[in-house]
Design a binder for this molecule. Structure first.
Ligand code: ANZ
Length: 910
């Protein structure tokens, strides 16, 4: 029976049965296994998804968007002859599982295992071709053993300022002992200035200290202070209710993002990772990456490199100086007041008695705000005068010193010279508090202030008339001459606060002795497993819940007693290197075998949400560079090409005067929408999917109703991968119809013969080329459009020859793998899955036939014929047509040119 004789409105094809069958066959035949490099001669191609946090809610429709995209690329590349690696795993440490554990007294192991099961079931249900033999879970001791090992690499190395890379800490000790390096006045290390070629700073040599002259304790402090993983007292966001510190990103409006509890600033002993040492390399290496400009810019802004100067202002009547950092030293003559951050150490010392009460009160209230809130609140400027005055070093003018929270303590020096004429923030502040505003840069063609653009110095003594760049340089020379300033590069990037006071994270492989000194755990003793606890609640003190595991805590070694570090690592730790573990997930000797790493890396395509543009992607790049520097990896960057999928919004909602209107009562008119009944314009808006809005789409429901292939195609057909787009149930129906048509046309039929009708043959060969190119360019929607067009053409034929059925199944297989395999095995009788087949070759000679002959009319009369490419532009078609009828238009004015693509050309002449 040929089902194509059935009515075109026949029910959807039996997708549930088909999908289940092929998923089982794929599992049985392990078709998605990537070969280890030793077992293949094929080139490797590594396609990676940002692995999910397995939440209790299961997959949302945003997950399959990225996963389907990488799945299509993986399938296509495999067909093109690559050994493709497409793995999946679980980023399973983190706060939600811990909070759930506290509330319901269920061990996070259990919730995590359950959630992983749900995620995995859903992912398999979608027919996503992952190599599950490489599944990783960041909470497995066999995995986090290596996270701890990498931490030890960081702990046991430092950033060498001369080599510009991480090196073993033992090397530093050597260099210090033999006097090549000395300890600089600020505690950093430097080349010995009295060595050859460094006369310039040799005058300051007495400030540098020689290592061998230090006590053991001082030496330890110097060394520990240079490690890439080090301990520091830092002001952190402390959340008493959660009993933990939070990253800035986890604090919203002074409250914890999870739970909405108040957060306060307080100094705590914390593990830090020295990512700032890599700021320049993290910046420079962006250039060679195939990432979008907007993503690169987000990283650049986060690193926030700026060049300027530090300037010292003396405080009138005190021995103190205020050092500021400015990007505009050329505006120094316009500095009319100064501002200290509320936390600045000079505040207490220079505030006058009559201002003390006001300043103290201000400082106290500022302590309750996070940096982020301060920036957000900065619109309304607040501040208090300290009563003190500073002296501007260029003109000896006394200028008032204020305290204000728009100056942040962690940036620059935590103090600024304010130039209200040329800085927005200073301008607002000066206007509000009636402080003088002096213009010192001309330009912009008007008197409007603040003027923040490039211009020429004025009112600025020796700088007058100089353009900005020159004025900056002259001012820096002047400051250096007087010994009151120097050129300075600044970064917004901060060292990475790496400890959390939580249970559900990786324990640190660190022991602390009776004197409070740290010792790395022996590699052979890894992993340090999380102790079992019955009570996961934070202790409310900085020790964190692990302090309750008293047996675990105490370690005796060679007669000495140590305590374990009770902090745990932040959730970002496991995701910093998971892409490496996939390459060699069972290796018990190393985190990854070097041969495997060399073969697979770097990742050829990485797809994930833009919410990871800075943190995850910077942290992972940082770890990667450290491991590269230490000789453990072969590439300086992990992710060569990276694409952010756009967010999928809820279904468009319509409203009129605040009232919701049913989509069925609305129609499109022009660019907008109107109510059908009366044509009144209605507002259309798509919102983020959220439980509270009730617009969340569950992939399980969609797959149950339409099948996984339809779901996959629909998500890819919604629009460009990177675009934000609303869900639209009507369009799913369209996709479902398309696949039903494919099923009707190509399954349960007898292919006949080998010869294809000419047009279909041409289209088919064109599609081989186009679909391939579209997949390479990640234009999945256009590729699908091509497949739809092709099946529409084919459905018109009474019978279809085998080559067509074969090629169509191959082209369809990256997108709708179940249905493609059904055609492959059932219609074509193939023994092995279409997954393992090769991409078809286009017949070049048939492609060349992609031209069309058009009649050319002049004033409605046929005057000639012309042959052009079917995709010829209008201009090309007209040029060719004009030539074909040259004798009829010569000497006449062409009043109108009409091109009906693929049909005819007409010239109206007079
Ligand atoms: C004087 C000046 C004049 C400035 C002018 C700007 C324009 P970026 O580019 O982001 O590095 N600043 C310095 N430290 C600060 C802090 N801790 N909190 C808030 N603002 C701070 O910004 C550097 C500029 O931001 C510096 O240059 C300083 O203001 C301000 F026409 O100094 B400027």
């Amino acid at each position: 029976m040929n089902p194509r004789v059935l009515s075109p409105t026949a029910m959807a094809y039996p997708f549930a049965e088909i999908e289940k069958k092929h998923q089982q066959l794929w599992r049985d035949d392990r078709v998605y296994r990537a070969d280890d490099p030793a077992d293949t001669t094929k080139p490797g191609f590594y396609v990676l998804d940002m692995f999910p946090y397995p939440s209790g809610a299961g997959l949302h429709v945003g997950h399959p968007e990225g996963y389907t995209a990488t799945d299509i690329v993986s399938r296509y590349k495999r067909m093109k002859g690559f050994n493709v690696l497409h793995p999946m795993g679980w980023d399973a440490f983190g706060l939600p599982a811990e909070q759930y554990a506290i509330k319901n007294n269920v061990h996070p192991h259990e919730t995590t295992a359950k959630n992983v099961q749900t995620f995995r079931r859903q992912i398999e249900m979608l027919g996503l071709g992952y190599d599950w033999e490489r599944e990783v879970n960041t909470t497995d001791p066999g995995y986090y053993r290596w996270t701890q090992w990498i931490f030890l690499q960081l702990y046991n190395s430092y950033f060498d300022p001369v080599a510009n890379k991480a090196m073993p800490i033992a090397h530093l000790e050597n260099e210090l002992f033999n006097g090549n390096y000395v300890v600089a006045p600020d505690g950093s290390i430097a080349e010995n200035p009295v060595q050859e070629g460094m006369e310039a700073i040799a005058g300051e040599a007495h400030l540098f200290r020689h290592f061998e002259k230090l006590t053991n304790e001082q030496r330890r402090a110097v060394i520990d202070g240079q490690r890439l993983a080090f301990v520091d007292d830092v002001p952190v966001n402390w959340c008493p209710a959660l009993g933990t510190t939070l990253a800035n990103e986890e604090v919203v409006d002074g409250k914890s993002e999870v739970g909405g509890h108040p957060v306060e600033r307080r100094p705590l002993r914390q593990w830090m990772l020295r990512i700032t040492a890599y700021a320049d390399r993290l910046l420079e290496d962006l250039d060679g990456l195939d990432w979008s400009d907007s993503l690169k810019d987000m990283q650049r802004n986060w690193i926030g490199k700026s060049t300027g100067a530090t300037v010292e202002f003396s405080v009138d009547g005190h021995d103190e100086t205020i050092e500021v950092y400015t990007t505009r030293p050329d505006t120094l003559f316009g500095a009319t007041y100064m501002v200290l951050a509320p936390e600045h150490e000079l505040v207490a010392r220079i505030t006058t008695p009559d201002q003390k009460a006001a300043v103290d009160a201000y400082v106290a209230q500022a302590a309750g705000k996070s940096d982020r809130d301060r920036q957000a609140d900065a619109k309304v400027k607040t501040g208090v005068f300290t009563g003190a005055f500073a002296v501007n070093p260029v003109n000896d003018e006394r200028i008032p010193v204020w305290v204000a929270d728009y100056v942040l303590t962690g940036y620059g020096t935590g103090a600024i010279m304010a130039v209200p004429a040329h800085d927005e923030r200073d301008f607002e502040f000066a206007t509000k508090f009636d402080l003088p505003i002096v213009r010192v840069v001309e330009g912009g063609g008007g008197d409007d202030l603040p003027f923040t653009g490039d211009g020429t110095a004025t009112n600025s003594g020796f700088l007058d008339g100089k353009p900005m760049a020159e004025a900056k340089a002259s001012m820096i020379d002047f400051l250096v001459d007087r010994g009151v300033g120097r050129a300075k590069t600044n970064y917004k990037l901060r060292d990475w606060l790496f400890s959390r006071q939580r249970y559900w994270g990786e324990p640190f492989p660190i022991l602390i002795d009776g004197d409070g000194n740290h010792h790395a755990v022996d590699e052979a003793d890894l992993p340090i497993t999380l102790p079992e606890l019955d009570d996961f609640k934070p202790t409310g003190s900085p020790e964190g819940p692990l302090a309750k595991a008293t047996d675990w805590l105490r370690v005796e070694k060679d007669g000495d007693v140590f305590t374990r570090e009770t902090n745990t690592m932040p959730q970002w730790a496991g995701s910093c290197w998971y892409y490496l573990r996939y390459l060699d997930p069972q290796n018990a000797e190393r985190f990854v075998d070097p041969e495997k790493e060399k073969y697979w890396m770097p990742v050829a395509l990485y797809v994930g949400g833009v919410e990871h543009a800075v943190l995850h992607l910077l942290y992972a790049r940082f770890w990667h560079k450290v491991l590269f520097d230490l000789g453990h990896l072969s590439t300086p960057e992990p992710f060569q090409k990276l694409v952010n999928q756009g967010m999928i919004l809820g279904e468009t909602e319509y409203s009129l005067g605040g009232e919701r209107i049913e989509p069925s009562d609305v129609e499109k008119r022009g660019d907008g929408f109107v109510r059908k009944s009366d044509g009144v314009a209605v507002e259309a808006k798509a919102h983020k999917m959220s439980k509270s809005r009730g617009n969340v789409i569950n992939p399980d429901d969609v797959v149950a109703e339409y099948g996984a292939d339809t779901f996959r195609l629909y998500e890819m057909y919604m629009g460009p991968l990177e675009a934000m787009k609303p869900w639209n149930t009507r369009d799913i129906v369209g996709m479902s119809r398309f696949l039903s048509k494919v099923h009707r046309t190509l399954v349960d039929i007898e292919p006949t013969g080998d010869a294809l009708p000419e047009e279909l043959d041409r289209k088919l060969n064109g599609a081989i080329v186009n679909v391939g190119e579209h997949v390479e360019g990640l234009r999945f929607n256009t590729a699908i459009a091509e497949l739809i067009e092709l099946i529409n053409l084919a459905a018109r034929e009474k019978t279809l020859p085998r080559p067509f059925v074969r090629v169509y199944a191959l082209l369809l297989s990256p997108f709708a793998p179940h249905l493609a395999d059904e055609i492959w095995r059932e219609t074509l009788g193939m023994e092995t899955s279409v997954v393992l087949a090769g991409w078809p070759e286009a017949d070049e000679s048939k492609l060349a036939a992609d031209t069309v002959e058009l009649p050319v009319q002049v004033n409605g009369k046929l005057r000639g014929r012309v042959t052009v490419a079917t995709d010829a532009s209008k201009d090309d078609t007209l040029a060719a047509a004009r030539e074909a009828v040259a004798s009829h238009v010569e000497g006449k004015t062409v009043r109108k040119e009409v091109v009906v693509p693929g049909r005819m050309v007409n010239f109206v002449v007079g």
